[in-house]
Design a protein around this ligand. Structure first.
Ligand code: NOJ
Length: 539
């Protein structure tokens, strides 16, 4: 089936994130679907990616865009059917594209059968023990059991009709599962097998560091949390991923585990990547790093050192469905990303032309670094964040639970522009319902327009992925820094390959080379312009 049958594909793959609601709508309801994705597999093949990670496609009330899962073994009717998912997996495999599905273990949906049963069976029932139900504090139990806050604002507890409260670290529609209960563990191992048996090559693990809670459920000051933290990165969590690794390794072609692990401590982060746990985890330090040579070099060094310690491949991520799109953030005065600063930076001035120029250079940087790379749909089109969405179209629970003060994440989730045909720049067929989030005028950013323009971001990505696929020295493996001026980043990879990124404000002399393989802005007179990157043949 695979031409490239390497068992360690995850060490060097370029993995494209499909956010199903916003990728392509075939049935005209204004929401993306599996038929739309199947129709665009040729596009992804031409782009040159090696794997697709699907954000959740399961039945869901969509209180958190599908990260509230009602049934882990089926497909949401708005996206299609399980049979279509199976066909999609097979068709992708025919094109040498691996499939990664999103597994959400910290919480499910309040519409999940388990939670409905827990509500029905009442306090003290075994069904309640699958979650974190507790009596409240105060004279009549009218106060939450502790002072924990939801990641999405407000208290992390909601009271049910019989007076008990349940824990939800995210939205109230996302009750946290109790990983102390062996039934939860068994159920998720079975869910993994369900998808692995259908040919899925790997899983992305949502909120992977948060599943285990301190059963004491004690109050704490979030500004000075105790160690261990009551619900982040507790030591017991590693047992879960060790068991999952056993499941993944039980297949003839072992399946890959890829963690969403947001942790400031890089050594604690690396523990998730030990040989008997996950294969890889998203590099959020790199995602948050400002456009600054020193900071980037430092981040690359720290990443390589921590991953080498556990023998795991590094990953390089610039963007996903939770963060400000790269073009918008790189065009600002403050080019780093932090969740806590999203609200403060929203609508601050951004120079999109500069942001795009830097995003082009950043694409060549990430695709040349050792390890695997994640590309979020639309990144290859250089889409900006849509900051000016009408308030009544915003759906993110972060926006609603902040009373509208935090814009939330809808701006990076606007449906893709494909062509001048049909509705919503070709996202939907002609005459379709409006797209679930409105697009700005993206006529110049459509796939069709960019395919016809040799200078487009899309053509740069296609060319870069073609070179990456052909260069044996790229992907996982060694790299060596070159001595450069402070605001220039340059390194070599085996086989006479050099990547140079100029983050200064002046053109810089390129090192000696026999050919320019690719550049984000064409060098002139042997000099690389500001905010540009080049790949050179240097042997
Ligand atoms: C991380 C996901 O990426 C995000 O979109 C989601 O809201 C939270 N986990 C909760 O599932």
């Amino acid at each position: 089936m695979f031409h490239n049958d390497a068992r360690d594909w995850w060490r060097h793959a370029v993995i494209y994130q499909v956010y199903p609601r916003s990728f392509a709508d075939a049935n005209g309801d204004g929401v993306g679907d599996l038929a739309g994705i199947r129709a665009k597999l040729g596009y992804l093949h031409t782009l040159g990616i090696n794997a697709i990670w699907f954000s959740p496609w399961y039945p869901s009330p969509m209180a958190d865009a599908g990260y509230d899962v009602a049934d882990y073994r089926d497909i949401d009717p708005s996206f299609g059917t399980l049979a279509e998912a199976e066909a999609l997996i097979a068709e992708a495999h025919e094109l040498d594209i691996r499939i990664i599905v999103d597994i959400v273990p910290n919480h499910c949906s309040d519409a999940h059968a388990w939670f409905q049963r827990a509500l029905a069976e009442g306090p003290g029932s075994p069904a309640r023990d699958l979650f974190w139900f507790r009596a409240g504090r105060g004279e009549h139990g009218e106060l939450p059991p502790n002072d924990w806050h939801s990641v999405f604002n407000g208290p992390a507890w909601t009271r049910v009709a019989d007076g008990e409260w349940y824990l939800h670290l995210f939205a109230p529609e996302q009750p946290d599962l109790n990983w102390e209960n062996p039934l939860v563990r068994d159920e998720f191992e079975d869910i993994l097998r369900f998808w692995f048996d259908r040919g899925v090559d790997g899983i992305r693990i949502d909120s992977a560091a948060m599943c285990v809670k301190d059963p004491e459920l004690a109050d704490f000051d979030p500004a000075a949390p105790p160690t261990p933290h009551p619900f982040v990165d507790r030591d017991e969590i590693h047992d879960i991923y060790r068991s999952w690794r056993t499941v993944a390794d039980s297949y003839e072609t072992p399946r890959a585990l890829i963690g969403e692990v947001w942790l400031a401590d890089i050594d604690r982060f690396a523990q998730y990547l030990r040989a008997d746990e996950m294969h890889a985890a998203f590099n959020f330090d790199f995602l948050g790093c400002p456009w600054d040579a020193k900071a980037l070099r430092h981040c690359v060094d720290a990443t390589l050192a921590s991953h080498a310690g556990v023998g795991a491949p590094s990953t390089w991520v610039l963007c996903n469905h939770d963060v400000t799109r790269t073009v918008t953030r790189y065009g600002r005065a403050e080019t780093g990303f932090e969740h806590g600063l999203r609200q403060a930076r929203h609508l601050t001035p951004t120079d999109e032309a500069l942001g795009l120029r830097r995003a082009r250079a950043a694409a060549l940087l990430t695709l040349a670094l050792p390890g695997s790379v994640y590309v979020y749909q639309g990144e290859e089109l250089g889409l900006p964040d849509v900051e000016q969405l009408p308030d009544d179209t915003r759906q993110d629970p972060i926006y609603h639970r902040s009373g509208g003060t935090d814009p939330g994440r809808d701006g990076c989730r606007v449906p893709l522009p494909w062509s001048s045909a049909g509705s919503s720049h070709g996202f939907s067929p002609s005459g379709a319902a409006p797209a679930w989030l409105p697009q700005p005028d993206w006529a110049h950013l459509t796939v069709e327009a960019q395919q016809a323009d040799p200078g487009s971001m899309l053509r740069l990505y296609q060319a870069a992925l073609a070179v990456r696929g052909a260069e044996a020295g790229l992907g996982d493996g060694p790299m060596t820094w070159l001595d450069t001026p402070e605001q220039v980043v340059a390194f070599t990879r085996p086989g006479g390959f050099t990547c140079v990124v100029n983050l200064s404000t002046e053109a810089v002399e390129l090192p000696e080379h026999s050919a320019v393989l690719l550049a984000s802005v064409e060098p002139a007179g042997g000099r690389l312009p500001a905010d540009a990157a080049a790949w050179l043949r240097t042997a």
